[in-house]
Design a protein around this ligand. Sequence first.
Ligand code: GLN
Length: 304
Amino acid sequence: MQQLLTRACSSVADSVGRGHVADYIPALAGIDPRRFGAAIFTRDGSHATFGDAGERFSIQSVSKVFTLAMALRAIGPALWERVGREPSGNPFNSIVQLEQERGIPRNPFINAGAIVVCDILLDFAGVEETKRRLLTLVRELAQDPTIGFDEQVADSEAETGFRNLALANFMKAFGNLRHPVDDVLDVYFHQCAIAMSTVQLARASLFLASDGQDPLTGSGYLTDDQARRICSVMLTCGHYDASGDFAFRVGLPGKSGVGGGIVAIVPGRASIAVWSPALNPSGSSHTGTLALEKIVMDARWHIL
Ligand code: GLN
């Protein structure tokens, strides 16, 4: 597996730096676009790493997988009354569908949907406790207590997140947010600002490849049905308006973030995380996507 990962990543290394870093978040604007790391974990605990695999970065929208897991665990299928599960066909921060669809976001992986998920989590605890529970979950999943928020990134998003503020206010007007907009966004900006490496991310996602149970510790986080549903939504909605292209190229459930990270799940087998900060026009890592395509083709891990 180490050889396979090294060969696959080396073969796409000349694409590193192509694209643009997410400079609409000032704290992310200065990141070196030439970084590139990858990690794989299999269900038996073996793992492989490449390049900057141990370097922490802002996981951004990849965090939407973890908050969705928390909310599904908390309220089960009732979640789908407040957020849909259809691809949006629109950019991650688009507001156009929200008016027509009366404040119900298309899916939990676009910003509006993830903001509703934060609102659901706030039914169970205050802002600080919700943030603490999220970190506790991610630390436990990754088996690494050092994972934390990058407060500089969270502040930077809070200062410039006018679109997210607009999305949240719009949903509040339609009655789809129960808690104060500022509280909901405080949680949302912090989830986006979790800093993790590809090693930590791949490890933390392994439960999704294993019916909702961590195969190495035996701890259960989701029912097999819940884990399967999350993978389904990752497959259809994990890359915003480029979800179809990701399915075409990679053929696995995946979730990207504008920090340049992507997680992909090989059901029943493995989890893969890649990171390279230069993004394609729809906001996913350019090199990361190419690397995943190559890894998955070489390993014959695609489900499609
Ligand atoms: N924090 C980012 C935002 O709200 C997350 C977007 C993303 O990673 N696609 O715009």
